[in-house]
Design a protein around this ligand. Structure first.
Ligand SMILES: Nc1ncnc2c1ncn2[C@@H]1O[C@H](COP(=O)(O)OP(=O)(O)O)[C@@H](O)[C@H]1O
Ligand SMILES: [Mg+2]
Length: 360
């Protein structure tokens, strides 16, 4: 197990920004994910760790070794590419053996290691198949075996599930997680899919336009987004502009654009957020944290009267889109016995104080 450190790493392409000032410390054995929309710099960062790109600025350390300008074949990383990059006319075994042959290992050793890697990804018995005779999911596992067979210190995965259909994607994501836990290997995973990132990672780095937005556990990223971008990119969020009206002790009251007052705890504010009276803030509330209030709760703190715009039944939940004056609100009620409501019906929402977050 090895730690990976990026010290203020930047990459420019000509004059254009690839990524800027990435400063992270990935722990030995950690499952660390780069998450963000297409073009945000995930692949560029991963390629610098693999050695396919060299940084314009900064330093990359594997443990005590400075590998900033070390060629890829001297880094002992295993990489799985988005398109798998397998040799289509070679067999499964030949594909997996390739990296070992390049490293000039003995025939017997190669045979044994390839068999072990095939077993690890549940492809024993498939050794003589050609790649073009395999399904997408099987090809993905060959790519994984090929990356693991060299016994890398670090496993690098660039959107490895994006070519699979939804069901297989979910299965394979559990499979990758199982392998990673079993091998205890430091793993860096790239995805634009927030559900994938949330379910697999020890920690996530959220990126946008080449700039790191937040680094934290899935729990932190979801519950304590540092800014609007993170709050809206990870899961769904109600984001309401407002003005701080009162701060008393640890409690903050914000007057939102629609005129209603939303109250939360000051400890749920991102560090970038100024919580002084008269200051502008964005209130962030997850739809699933909102509940329906009883009629007698009307007028109480954080109980808001709304009109339904639409409601939908998904099987596990009823989702509402509603309006509080001019302010849209999304709510998700989970569990059985939910009643659907039609357009313009009145509904009372209650927002638990501890579910109110202040960003920017
Ligand atoms: N080889 C390259 N030459 C020029 N620009 C590049 C190159 N690779 C990536 N970029 C640019 O760097 C930015 C980040 O790209 P990339 O790391 O591929 O994003 P992601 O993997 O998050 O989709 C993009 O604006 C992209 O156009
Ligand atoms: Mg990419």
């Amino acid at each position: 197990m090895i730690e990976v450190r990026l010290d203020k790493v930047s990459k420019q392409f000509g004059g254009a920004r690839g990524v800027e000032n990435v400063d992270i410390h990935i722990k030995p054995g950690e499952f660390f994910t780069f998450l963000g929309p297409s073009g945000c710099g995930k692949t560029t960062t991963l390629r610098m760790i693999a050695g396919f790109y060299y940084p314009t600025e900064g330093r990359i350390m594997f443990g005590e070794n400075n590998v900033t300008f070390t060629p890829p074949n001297k880094r002992n990383t295993g990489m799985v590419f988005q398109n798998y990059a397998l040799f289509p006319h070679m067999t499964v075994s030949e594909n997996i053996a390739f990296g070992l042959q390049v490293r000039k290992q003995s025939k017997a050793e190669i045979r044994e290691k390839v068999a072990r890697a095939q077993k690890l990804v549940h492809l024993d018995g498939y050794g003589d198949r050609r790649i073009d005779q395999l399904s997408g999911g099987q090809q993905q596992r060959v790519a994984l075996a090929r990356a693991l067979v060299i016994e890398p210190n670090i496993l690098l995965l660039d959107e490895p599930l994006s070519n699979l259909d939804a069901k297989l994607r979910e299965e394979t994501r559990l499979e990758i997680k199982r392998l990673q836990l079993e091998l205890g290997i430091t793993t860096i995973y790239v995805t634009h899919d927030q559900a994938e990132a949330m379910s697999m990672s020890d920690r996530i780095m959220v990126m946008k336009d080449g700039v790191v937005q937040q680094v934290g556990t899935p729990h932190d990223i979801y519950n304590k987004p540092l800014n609007r971008f993170v709050a809206s990119f990870i899961g769904e969020s109600n984001l309401w502009e407002g003005t701080v009206e009162r701060v008393e002790g640890g409690t903050v009251h914000v007057r939102t654009g629609s005129g209603s007052l939303v109250t939360g705890f000051a400890e749920n504010a991102s560090p970038e957020c100024r919580l002084s009276v008269g200051g502008q803030v964005t209130v962030s509330v997850r739809p699933e944290s909102i509940r329906e209030a009883r009629a007698e709760e009307r007028g109480q703190e954080n109980v808001l009267a709304a009109k339904v715009v639409m409601s939908e039944f998904t099987g596990v939940s009823v989702n509402y889109v509603a309006q509080i004056g001019s302010m849209p609100i999304k709510a998700m009620f989970i569990g059985p016995g939910q009643r659907m409501r039609g357009r313009d019906e009145d509904i009372l929402f209650a927002i638990p104080k501890e579910s109110v977050y202040f960003v920017e």
